[in-house]
Design a protein. Structure first.
Length: 283
């Protein structure tokens, strides 16, 4: 990608993070930590990688995305708003009783959401079914699923992975946000699922390990996914990230898994993001 394209992605990621803060602050609820760690991935997917049309969210031949870690809707919703699926202003209604933007994604109410998810472990099965359906119909459709590293302790994840390899779903890209934290603490202490790369390879997948905050790395990973088409193997991208990325007091803190900022914290976070935008623009 060109330096101008990377700069545009970086600026968009800042806007996505602002939306995460705004929505969770307005709701006084939600999950900012994992939304912020995934913000760069969301940005790349919706602004560069996926074949989609915000003006026609139900376009039959679009690529599909499944948010298996369904609690990080602040990140997904903010990205969808930036991409033009609905007004950015609507993020302020997040989790309000009369809002269509509820705490977990609902494909019946939110434009751009391809699957209703929430219970961890189930989203990957949905994505695998979509990928199998596309193969069955002879459609050139890629399916992307974002999972959390804490979610790797769910047995259904490995059943879905086994299914995906057995049916040679090389149109499926499994992305794992490896930020090392979950609601109860460090993933290695709650339930150590390492080494994830060796596990996925043993289940029959192609594995790519990247820095999930580096757009060059992200681009190379998806390039490998496309090169893997025809390999008869699903692709797994293990992206090392920092929970709460971009907000100093949230970074690498398990306490920010599911907690909203107060007014002072909100103002500080927005000021930090404004400074990040300035530095990107001046670089």
């Amino acid at each position: 990608m060109t330096s101008a394209e990377k700069k545009e992605l970086q600026l968009t990621a800042v806007a996505v993070r602002e939306g995460v803060l705004t929505s969770t602050y307005s709701a006084q609820a939600g999950h900012p930590g994992g939304s912020l760690s995934s913000a760069d991935l969301f940005t790349y997917l919706y602004f560069k990688e996926m074949r989609i049309d915000p003006k026609n969210p139900k376009w039959e031949d679009r690529d599909r995305f499944v948010l298996s870690k369904g609690h990080v809707t602040p990140g997904l919703y903010s990205t969808l708003a930036q991409r033009g699926y609905f007004p950015v202003e609507d993020l302020k209604g997040f989790r309000h009783i009369d809002s269509y933007l509820q705490g977990h994604p609902n494909m019946n109410t939110v434009p751009g959401v391809d699957a209703s998810t929430g219970s961890l472990g189930q989203g990957l099965s949905i994505a695998a079914g979509m990928a199998k359906g596309a193969k069955q119909l002879g459609k050139d459709i890629n399916v992307y699923a974002l999972c959390g590293d804490g979610e790797m302790a769910e047995g259904q994840i490995w059943e879905a992975t086994m299914f995906s390899a057995h049916y040679k779903l090389d149109n499926l890209c499994i992305i794992v946000d490896v930020n090392g934290l979950q609601i109860d603490g460090r993933t290695k202490d709650v339930m150590n699922t390492a080494p994830l790369d060796e596990k996925f390879e043993a289940f029959g997948c192609k594995v790519v390990k990247i820095d999930g905050h580096d757009f060059d790395d992200i681009e190379k990973a998806f390039g490998k996914f496309h090169k893997n088409h025809g390999s008869d193997k699903p692709t797994v991208i293990l992206m090392k990230t920092t929970k709460g990325k971009g907000i100093s007091y949230m970074e690498d803190q398990a306490g920010w898994h599911g907690k909203a900022p107060n007014e002072e914290q909100y103002k500080q976070g927005m000021a930090e993001l404004a400074e990040a935008r300035k530095q990107i623009e001046e670089a």
